[in-house]
Design a protein around this ligand. Sequence first.
Ligand SMILES: [Zn+2]
Length: 203
Amino acid sequence: MINADGCFEHMVDCLNRLPGIGIRTAERMAYRLLAQSDTLMRDLREALDRAAAGLRCCEQCGAVTTPDQNPCRLCVSPERDDHILCVVESPEDILVLERCGSFRGRYHALLGKLSAHQGDGPADLRLDRLMRRLEHEPVAEVVLALNTDVESDATAALIAERLRPFKKMKVTRLAHGLPAGSGLVYSDPVTLGRAMAGRQSVD
Ligand SMILES: [Zn+2]
């Protein structure tokens, strides 16, 4: 049972568990929510309830989908190429790559990255799921389409290492040209399309 004081701390703790939200920011958000409990807090609660009931991350690739379309349409579409799998950090990255239209393979979202700051280790990523997919799907090339910051580079290096036993599999990463220290979502579609088209082999 959470008392009144514990209730506030619990809210702060929940907000603090979101990526990029430190404890101070979580507290500021919690105070703002309390101050606007009849508007902002109510709207947020309704949005979360609706999302919890109506949205899922695809059990296969991690993209956003609905409970009655899981695996998602990207995973089941016969028009996608089974031989090339693009590994991204978040479902948002899948959306961005789909918008740029230069990739026709399948996806796998890690739903995170290695992060000393957030405390995410290899076990928090969907790596085991990725390995299982590679064992059962006819993938000939894995494209590492991760962001361009230090933590993403460490994540890409870890995955490249795990993929080493798959001797015949080509492992590539996006060509340089994306803004350093940022994410796919901040790239314009033309630059991202070029980075995908010019992807390079990982040694
Ligand atoms: Zn999917």
